[in-house]
Design a protein around this ligand. Structure first.
Ligand code: G16
Length: 554
C-alpha cells in the first residue's frame, strides 16, 4: 500500500471516529445496531467492499443499508458478493476486525496486513460498488459514509442506486456481473415477463383469482410492489401500510411481526375475513401469507402460512413439473430436488416434505447458510419459517432444461405436457430471484401456483396442520453467553441449561424447544412447539425462565 493510499484512508477515517465502547460482530446478515452508532462501521464496510471487488478482478459488489425487520431507529449493512449471494463467510473475520479497530492507525495496519495475505493490489484495476438503501431516515447519511469508505480506496467507484429492496440490489449485482441488463426497470420487466409466461401456461384458463391484500410493513416493499402492479394485469392487489399514511416501519406491521406474534398487522381487521393477505418485511426479503377464517368468532384469530408453507407449495409444484418430464429421459428423472430448512421449521412441515419423498436437509439460521446447502441440488428450495427463501436452479440443470425445451419445439412437441412442464420450470427460474430470498418474486410465484392449482388460501393451508408453536425474545445482559451446536438445536453453554431444557421438553407431547442468540438483535430467541397451543406457550415460558435464571435478565 503506497503513501497516497495510506493518507487517503487516514484522512477519511478521521471523519468517522468509532464511538467509545462500540463492539460489533458481523452477525446473521451483516452489522446491525442503533443507527446513531453505525457511521464508522458503514464507512469501514465501504472500504471492505472496494477491496472485495479488487480481489475478484473488479467484479461489482453490492452494499445495502438496511436493518430489515429491526425497529426504525436501528440500521445496518448487508454485503452482496458478485454472485448476488451474501459476502463470503471467509471475509467475516476481517469485517469484524476493521469494524472494531480503535484508531485510524490500527485500521490502516489491519487493511495492509489483509491485503498482503489476500494478495490485493490497488491501482491496477478499479473497484465498483453499488450502494442501495431502504426507507429508514438514517439511510441517507449512512449511504454517504459508505460512499466515502469506497472512495477512500483510490480508483474505486461507488454508484448510488437509491432506495430499493435488498433483493433488488442483490439481483442487480448478479445481473451486472453476468453481463446482463441490470437496472431496476430490467428487474421489474423480468418479473412481469416470467409471471405472464407462467400465467399463460395455466392448464385451466379463466381461473380468476380473488383479490390479494398486501401489508408493506411501512417500508420499501410497499412502494416497490405498487410499481410492479402497473405491469401486472392478471393480479388484483390492494396494498396497505405503504408508509405514506404515517405508519412506522415494522411497528405492529410486517412479516416478522405477523409471523412471530400470529396476530393481524395494523390496517387489517375482521372485515378482511376470508381474504388472502400477504405481509412483507422492512426490506422486502421476507414474505408470509395469512387470513382471518370466515367462521372465526373473534377478529383476532389469524391463520398463518409461513415460510414452511410457502416452501411446501413450491416443492409440490416443482415436483409436479419434474414428474411430467419424459420417463425415458434419464437425466431428467435423475434431477435432484432438495429442500433446506432450519431448526425453526415446524415439525409438521418437515413430516409433510418427507412424505413427498423429498430430500430434506437442515442448516443454521441465516440465508447465507441455507443458500449454500440449496446450491448442492439441481433444484434446491430453501425457506426459513420467517419467510426468507427462494428456489435455486443449478447452471447445468438449467442449460439442460433450455436445450430440452428447444428440442421438444423442434420435434413439434410444443403443446405437449412435457414441453409445458419444461417451460414452467424455465419461467420459474427467471421469476424467482436466484440471488437471495425476495418477497416480490416469491409473492408472484405463490399467486401463479394458486391459480395453476385452482386453490384458495384455505385449501393451500390444508396441506398440513402446523404443530402449535411459540417464539419469545429474552433480553439478557450478554447474549453471547449462549453457544449452540451447529444446527442450533442444542445449547452447549451455559453449562447445564440444555439438561434443564430437556427436562421441560419431556413434560410435553410432541414437545421441542431450543434457544439461540439472535444475530440481528440484542436478544436470546426461544422457540417451542408442542401438541396444543397452551402446551407450546407453557413450554416456551418455562424455557424463558431458565434463560433468565442462567443468564440473568436485563
Ligand atoms: C436476517 C437473516 C435471516 C434470519 C433473520 C433472523 O433476516 O437474513 O436469515 O433468519 O435475520 O436472524 P436472527 O434470529 O439471528 O436475529 P432479515 O430479514 O432481518 O435480514
Amino acid at each position: 500500500m503506497d503513501t497516497n493510499q495510506i493518507a487517503s484512508i487516514l484522512k477519511s477515517s478521521e471523519l468517522f471516529p468509532i464511538p467509545q465502547g462500540l463492539k460489533l460482530s458481523y452477525g446473521t446478515a451483516g452489522f446491525r445496531g442503533d443507527a446513531k452508532l453505525l457511521e464508522s462501521t458503514v464507512y469501514r464496510v465501504g472500504i471492505l467492499s472496494a477491496l472485495r471487488s479488487l480481489k475478484l478482478g473488479s467484479a461489482t459488489i453490492g452494499l445495502m443499508i438496511t436493518a430489515s425487520h429491526n425497529k426504525v431507529s436501528d440500521n445496518g449493512i448487508k454485503v452482496s458478493d458478485p454472485s448476488g449471494g451474501m459476502l463470503s463467510q471467509e471475509w467475516e473475520p476481517f469485517a469484524d476486525q476493521i469494524a472494531n479497530a480503535s484508531s485510524p492507525g490500527e485500521l490502516v495496519s489491519l487493511i495492509r496486513e489483509f491485503m498482503e495475505k489476500e494478495d490485493i493490489t490497488i491501482g491496477e484495476k478499479s473497484a465498483e460498488v453499488l450502494l442501495g438503501r431502504d426507507t429508514r431516515p438514517s439511510g441517507e447519511s449512512l449511504l454517504r459514509a459508505a460512499e466515502i469508505g469506497v472512495g477512500s480506496i483510490l480508483g474505486s467507484v461507488a454508484i448510488d442506486i437509491g432506495i430499493l429492496t435488498t433483493p433488488q440490489l442483490h439481483w442487480m449485482v448478479r445481473a451486472k456481473n453476468k453481463g446482463l441488463k441490470a437496472t431496476e426497470n430490467d428487474y421489474f420487466e423480468n418479473l412481469s415477463v416470467s409471471f405472464r409466461c407462467l400465467i399463460d401456461l395455466i392448464p385451466i384458463s379463466g381461473n380468476k383469482i380473488s383479490k390479494l391484500l398486501v401489508d408493506g410493513a411501512n417500508g420499501v416493499g410497499g412502494e416497490k410492489i405498487e410499481e410492479l402492479r402497473e405491469s401486472l394485469s392478471n393480479l388484483d392487489l390492494e396494498i396497505r401500510n405503504t408508509g405514506r399514511d404515517g405508519g412506522v416501519l415494522n411497528e405492529s406491521v410486517g412479516a416478522d411481526f405477523v409471523q412471530k406474534e400470529k396476530v393481524l398487522p395494523l390496517g387489517f381487521g375482521s372485515n378482511d375475513a376470508g381474504v388472502r393477505c400477504a405481509s412483507l418485511d422492512g426490506d422486502a426479503d421476507r414474505l408470509v401469507y395469512f387470513y382471518v377464517p370466515l367462521d372465526s368468532s373473534s377478529g383476532e384469530k389469524v391463520e398463518l402460512l409461513d415460510g414452511d408453507k410457502i416452501l411446501s407449495l413450491f416443492a409440490l409444484f416443482i415436483k409436479e413439473q419434474l414428474n411430467a418430464l419424459d420417463d425415458d429421459d434419464k437425466e431428467g428423472k435423475q434431477s435432484r430436488l432438495g429442500v433446506v430448512q432450519t431448526a425453526y421449521a415446524n415439525g409438521a412441515s418437515t413430516d409433510y416434505l418427507r412424505q413427498l419423498e423429498l430430500d430434506v436437509v437442515f442448516a443454521k439460521t441465516g440465508v447465507k447458510h441455507l443458500h449454500e446447502k440449496a446450491a448442492e441440488f439441481d433444484i434446491g428450495i430453501y425457506f426459513e419459517a420467517n419467510g426468507h427463501g427462494t428456489i435455486l436452479f443449478s447452471e447445468s440443470f438449467l442449460s439442460w432444461l433450455v436445450a430440452k425445451e428447444k428440442d421438444l419445439t423442434a420435434r413439434a412437441q410444443a403443446g405437449s405436457e412435457e414441453h409445458k412442464a419444461v417451460s414452467r420450470l424455465v419461467a420459474v427460474s427467471t421469476l424467482i430471484n436466484q440471488a437471495v430470498g425476495d418477497a416480490l418474486s416469491g409473492l408472484l410465484l405463490v399467486e401463479v401456483i394458486l391459480q395453476h392449482m385452482g386453490w384458495s388460501v384455505e385449501k393451500w393451508n390444508e396441506l398440513y396442520k402446523d404443530l402449535p408453536s411459540r417464539q419469545i425474545k429474552v433480553e439478557v445482559p450478554d447474549r453471547t453467553a449462549v453457544v449452540t451446536t451447529s444446527e442450533e438445536t442444542e445449547a452447549l453453554k451455559p453449562l447445564g441449561i440444555q439438561d434443564a431444557i430437556n427436562a421441560e421438553i419431556k413434560k410435553y407431547t410432541r414437545g421441542r424447544a431450543f434457544i439461540r442468540p439472535s444475530g440481528t438483535e440484542d436478544v436470546v430467541r426461544v422457540y417451542a412447539e408442542a401438541s396444543t397451543q397452551e402446551a407450546a406457550d407453557s413450554l416456551a415460558n418455562s424455557v424463558v425462565q431458565l434463560v433468565k435464571s442462567f443468564l440473568g435478565s436485563s
